[in-house]
Design a protein around this ligand. Structure first.
Ligand SMILES: [Zn+2]
Length: 305
């Protein structure tokens, strides 16, 4: 019997020595299970959510920032919303919303073009911790997979030729990315160009099963056997939701006293459930009055319109 793979959520960087080609590998098991504990998704939605989660980690590993990166897809198709977040230190959370009757009408499996529809919009947003800055990039809807969308994003926004494979099943989410860095010898006959051409062909042969079952070392030596690869120490990926009573209070204040008091009258209390981790935040009449008489929280940032 094969030895079971140790459950270890990890993202690892590697370089093709001595070439200006680099890559990242990610595999997520525990966090993938934890973030779905309270939610059941239809299989095609779950698969895309796992791919989006892997995509968010690969983006976070590749881009330089301190804060939170959000990979988000919105559409009027059966898949309404897909959100995967990853911080600079690889704390992840993710959630999807779909149109249940439309999903049921689809019946069996369906791919991204059918689930997302023609008007889908994918964005990558980075909220930086320190300076309260925000960067948003549009991800072109390219091809028929999230991996191809990600490749188009890197080609456009980052000007980096990139190849990506993503996979997800009930147990794991995984991804592999390779990039040709700027400064690589230009021209078709340079050793860098040759290494890049070979790497692109090789990554095209990786199957979802390999991606989901193999750890970085065996996967990379099997996929790129002729290359001198240097694999760096990995970073742990973990599920963590950053919801807290202060944030929820902020949301309620933004909705306004009138609307919140209406809910209170109808239901006797106001309960807000975090859509990422399903943690409930309950406010009774006294809590609500305190919320609207306290005035703005100390240090709260005023909303900018
Ligand atoms: Zn939460």
């Amino acid at each position: 019997m094969n030895k079971p793979i140790t459950a270890s959520d990890e993202v690892q960087r590697f370089v093709f020595e001595p070439h200006a080609v680099r890559g990242h590998w990610v595999q997520i098991e525990d966090a993938w299970r934890e973030l779905r504990i309270h939610t059941r998704y239809p299989a095609p939605i779950e698969r895309l959510l796992g791919e989006a989660l892997s995509a968010a980690v690969l983006l976070a590993a590749t881009l330089k920032f301190r804060g939170t990166l959000t990979f988000q897809l919105q559409s009027s198709g059966p898949l309404r919303l897909l959100v995967a977040q990853c911080t600079h230190d690889f704390k992840v959370r993710a959630v999807a919303r779909c149109d249940e009757p439309a999903m049921a009408a689809l019946g069996g499996d369906a791919g991204l073009p059918v689930l997302a529809g023609p008007d889908a919009r994918i964005t990558v947003t980075i909220e930086a911790d320190e300076r309260n800055t925000r960067y948003q990039g549009i991800v072109p809807l390219a091809g028929d997979s999230l991996a191809q969308c990600l490749e188009a994003y890197f080609a456009g926004s980052e000007q980096l030729p990139t190849r990506v494979v993503l996979a997800s099943d009930a147990t794991r989410a995984a991804g592999l990315l390779i990039q040709k860095l700027p400064g690589a010898g230009e021209g078709e006959d340079t050793p860098d160009a040759q290494a890049w051409a070979e790497a692109q062909l090789a990554i095209g042969t990786v199957t979802p099963a390999q991606l989901l079952r193999s750890r970085a070392q065996p996967l990379l030596s099997q996929t790129f056997p002729g290359q001198d690869l240097r694999l760096f120490t990995g970073s742990a990926v973990a599920f963590e939701c950053r919801c807290n009573p202060q944030r929820v209070a902020g949301v309620l204040r933004a909705l306004g006293a009138g609307e919140i008091r209406d809910v209170l009258r109808e239901q006797g209390a106001v309960t807000v459930t975090c859509e990422f981790c399903q943690r409930p935040f309950r406010y009774d009449a006294i809590d609500i009055e305190a919320l609207f008489t306290e005035g703005p929280e100390p240090g709260a940032t005023p909303a900018v319109h």
